[in-house]
Write a protein that binds this ligand. Structure first.
Ligand code: SF4
Length: 439
């Protein structure tokens, strides 16, 4: 009999991609995904430990699941992802309703762990290095036109605030031939757009020690695949953007004009404390180079407010960089101390109230920047790839993204889904663009 699995995914795209892999593996074990946790035989919590809020959310979900398990003791509860990798079997103490814990390196061990769970009350497996499975598993990707394709995992940078190198390990690039083969499979399933994933996607290949294997060389190969319409890549590290990569993005027709380039602070002193290997001026020079080479490129970023020791003046430098760069969109967060990271134990922590205040000020500033960035497209014609629609009165409103990743709505017909459409932009807001088909 088919069993049902419900998966809750917190955190970044890499976690979402891992969840697709987990679902693909569980399918081989007779599980089918359900969106109703009440009818699941197995509940999986894919956790994120980037901020305290995310960790609290995971345990709050587990509290709700405890009630489901009380009503039906046959339900199994699994915890995976970054909190599992960091906290290991201690999770059983905090949440005794959990039956299975597995880490970020051993998703492919899942069939074996599920078998163990049939005879053991609790199973916990956390590996320090990736599990080598003899079997090849396929991800159960979400329906739509866009698919994620992880190309590199882990990170070698060890920024002083970040847990990723501890939860995901050191940088490991996948072999180009494996990536191309998976890309072909994705295209054969009808996907039109591929987003290459990595914590520092642009450092792809550095761990091979072969200068000819880079993100640029991979993009060139992918660009040649028939049936693929668009390629994106996230998240880039400013220190790994090369002139070759900028020129490659500018040249290849399927590679979209979009860089997510976390800056984290506008102050050179704070960047040094964060162990980010660039200054304010170097970041600005990089962005200006990208903008010069790639017309209509969108640049988005991440910022942290209230990093330990950040002065008012240094915070103001972050506010001023938003205007200077003209970011298309920014994710902002108040600094959240994370276990294992150096900055968490520094004495010069900023008070909760002050971090909250700076976060809010920065958030408002980035909202203004987004509106400004979107407004400059009013009156322009942009290429949109519609992937969804809604019916409104008697009309069909199509939704898709421009090449530079702006969510765009326009009237049209369902048969345009999956086709490039030229749209004249008539309105811009913080969230999206609106327009009409250019006749
Ligand atoms: S480069 Fe990114 S993933 Fe790596 S340590 Fe720094 S913030 Fe974390």
């Amino acid at each position: 009999m088919t069993k049902k699995v419900y998966i809750e995914t917190l955190g970044c795209q890499m976690n979402k991609s891992d969840s697709e892999k987990i679902l693909g593996i569980l399918e081989t074990q007779g599980y089918k995904e359900t969106t109703l946790k009440e009818e699941a035989d197995l509940l999986v919590m894919n956790t994120c430990s980037i901020r305290a809020a995310s960790e609290n959310k995971a345990f709050s979900h587990l509290g709700i699941w405890k009630k489901l398990k009380k009503a039906n003791p046959d339900i199994k509860i699994a915890v995976c992802g970054c909190i599992a990798q960091q906290t290991k079997e201690k999770i059983f103490k905090r949440a005794p309703q959990v039956d299975l814990i597995f880490g970020t390196h051993n998703i492919e061990e899942l069939p074996e762990l599920i078998k163990q769970l049939a005879s053991k009350e609790k199973v916990c497996s956390i590996l320090k290095t990736p599990y080598e499975s003899e079997e090849k598993f396929y991800s159960r990707r979400q329906e739509g036109l866009s698919a994620w394709l992880p190309i590199i995992e882990g990170c070698d940078y060890f920024c002083t605030y970040c847990v990723v190198p501890y939860t995901r390990g050191r940088q490991r690039s996948r072999l180009p031939e494996d990536i191309i083969s998976e890309a072909k499979e994705i295209i054969s399933q009808g996907y039109k757009e591929i987003t290459l994933l990595g914590q520092t996607v642009d450092s792809y290949g550095k761990d091979f020690g072969k200068p000819e294997i880079t993100l640029s060389s991979l993009l060139r190969e992918l660009n040649g695949l028939d049936g693929l319409m668009r390629i994106r890549f996230v998240t880039s590290h400013p220190a790994d953007i090369t002139d070759e990569l900028i020129k490659t993005v500018a040249k290849l027709d399927k590679v979209c004009e979009y860089f997510h380039l976390p800056m984290q602070s506008g102050s050179t002193e704070v960047l040094a404390k964060m162990k980010r290997p660039y200054t304010r001026d170097e970041y600005l020079t990089l962005v200006n180079k990208i903008k010069k080479e790639i017309p209509d490129v969108a640049i988005t970023s991440d910022f942290i407010a209230g990093f330990p020791g950040e002065t008012e003046e240094q915070f103001n430098e972050t506010l001023s960089i938003i205007d200077e760069v003209g970011f298309d969109q920014c994710n902002v967060a108040a600094y959240s101390p994370r276990k294992q990271t150096p900055a968490a134990v520094w004495k010069d922590q900023i008070s909760y109230e002050e971090k909250k205040r700076r976060h809010l000020v920065l958030f408002e500033k980035t909202k203004e920047a987004t509106v400004k960035a979107n407004e400059k497209y009013v009156g322009r014609v942009l290429q949109v790839l519609p992937d969804n629609y809604k019916e409104q009165s008697d009309e069909i409103i199509l939704t898709g993204r421009t090449r530079n990743n702006k969510l765009t709505h326009f009237k049209g017909s369902k048969d345009l889904i999956g086709r490039h459409v030229d749209v004249e932009i008539t309105e811009a807001s913080i969230w999206c663009l609106k327009g009409r088909i250019k006749l």
